[in-house]
Design a protein. Sequence first.
Length: 210
Amino acid sequence: MEILTRIGAALQEGDDEAVGRLTGEALAEGLAPRRILDEGLIGGMNAIGEQFRRHELFLPDVLLAAKAMYAGLDRLQPLLAAEGGALRGKVCLGTVRGDLHDIGKNLVAIMLRGAGFEVVDLGRDVAPRRFVDAARETGALVVGMSALLTTTMPVMKEVVDLLRAEGLAGRVKTVVGGAPLSAAYAKEIGADAYAYDAAHAIEVVKRLTA
């Protein structure tokens, strides 16, 4: 439908005013909130994510698109909640204890929201117990952990071990990422997956929650 294409195009241009206005128009035309989310907002953000993955766009472009996406999402969220139109699922994200680097984690959060997930952002310097408690309390399907310092990487294993000890390992999947990490390290600590960048993290979370 043309208006959904226009929403996606405005989002890719980072035009938050247009996205908010067009989302309102789509609702006035009688389009279902879920369809506007999937085909308009998420469709546009998927295009941004693909261009970012191919290095055709850069972080400032993604941030502008995310701001535009929120302008539409703010209008849809109450309607989605009222009709039980939940997003794809919840993901808990955080930079592990002892590490204050969060640019990568923040970008993953933006792109996950753009892909239709509800993100519980735990912030920086997050203790293992907080990851586990948040996953249990929110019903998160995935726990995503980030680290930039090699000295903080072992905290990820503490989280994985704690989830397993409390019987959550089967229900809650774990994804790790950050500059010093590797797929081999993720396997070594028992994490479910490794993401080498933000765009890949979205693909991984989609696969784990499919």
